[in-house]
Design a protein around this ligand. Structure first.
Ligand SMILES: Nc1ncnc2c1ncn2[C@@H]1O[C@H](COP(=O)(O)OP(=O)(O)OP(=O)(O)O)[C@@H](O)[C@H]1O
Length: 301
């Protein structure tokens, strides 16, 4: 059980040998990944999330959150056995993303061309053209998103602020009723009301439709009650994870920001210690710690 006093201890929940891979919305089993020409980065990464979960993916800059989200979203080829989304391998089963069952909202965002999921957002277009250009969308869902994100359909995307363009990007990514959604920090540009409304919307998607969401973020304000699960990464490894109810400090009412600060400070201290003992230690080597077993499993119930 992870605690503030003993921050390296992880939740280890075994998976039964005969457990079917498709019984969870997200099932990752000992996932390995290296960038071409680089040392192994994601290592022994295991996680399972039941339908309806809202999991916060956390960790320091460079911990591997975006890489993991991209792997889960089928952007890189990995073994079919190590990764199943809705029981299907996301890289090999292209229908999963094409049909919109699996949605990915990444951080890519430029003024000339940006991306909403996999749909390029051209600069010189109105928000109306972009949003109404997506086919197969329920009109009431589209209207709800436009209203919630306070989008002016006449906005020209060349002449909007970063936050306004971001809102259009988010709306585009959410137009189709996904079953599983992976989001890389998408709320940084949003004002407080837009961010809170969006988080409330995501919560209702999970509670009313059984959608499953993994959200990588550094913004923890107000997230204590939002998340059902936490996953904390260090240098490509998932070292803490589980339902939020299994983290006693959150149950006691400690703010998530304070919990994160404690974990990040402990990690930073370990890294500095390791550098002192082994001056040549690279950043991609997992930090060794008496609290951190070599096999990093965090199977979520
Ligand atoms: N295409 C790539 N080729 C080689 N290394 C990469 C590539 N993309 C990312 N990396 C490396 O992988 C590591 C993890 O990056 P990643 O973007 O997944 O981290 P992150 O946890 O999302 O960080 P942040 O919080 O800063 O967004 C970093 O050390 C990064 O330099």
């Amino acid at each position: 059980m992870p605690t503030l006093d003993n921050p390296g201890v992880q939740t280890v929940i075994g998976v039964k040998e005969d457990e079917p891979m498709d019984s969870n919305a997200v099932f990752v089993n000992s996932l390995q990944f290296s960038f071409p020409g680089s040392a192994p980065f994601i290592s022994d990464f295991s996680l399972k999330l039941p339908a309806g979960s809202r999991c916060l993916l956390c960790g320091a800059n460079g911990a591997g959150k975006s890489t993991v989200l991209q792997l889960l979203a089928g952007k890189y080829m990995v073994s079919k056995d190590s990764l199943r989304i809705l029981g299907r391998p996301p890289f090999h089963d292209t229908a999963l993303t094409c049909d919109g069952e699996l949605a990915y909202l990444g951080g890519t965002w430029r003024r000339d061309v940006a991306f909403a999921g996999d749909v390029p957002l051209q600069g010189d277009m109105s928000a109306r053209e972009m949003i109404y250009g997506v086919k197969g969308v329920k009109p009431e869902r589209r209207d709800r998103l436009v209203k919630m994100l306070d989008i002016d359909l006449e906005w020209n995307l060349m002449r909007t602020s970063d936050g306004q363009r971001r809102r259009v990007q988010i709306a585009m990514g959410l137009l189709k009723e996904y079953t599983v959604l992976f989001m890389d920090e998408i709320t940084v540009d949003l004002d407080v009301l837009s961010r809170l409304d969006l988080l409330r919307f995501f919560k209702s998607e999970c509670e009313e439709r059984g959608a499953t969401i993994i959200y990588a973020t550094h913004i923890f304000d107000g997230m204590e009650k939002w998340a059902t699960h936490l996953a904390y990464m260090e240098e490509g490894l998932l070292i803490r994870g589980g339902p939020t109810s299994e983290f006693p400090e959150l149950e006691k009412g400690t703010r998530l920001l304070d919990v994160m600060e404690a974990w990040l400070r402990a990690e930073s201290k370990q890294r500095k210690l390791k550098k002192k003992v082994e001056p040549g230690a690279g950043t991609k080597t997992p930090v060794s710690s008496p609290f951190m077993p070599s096999k990093h499993l965090a199977f979520f119930r």
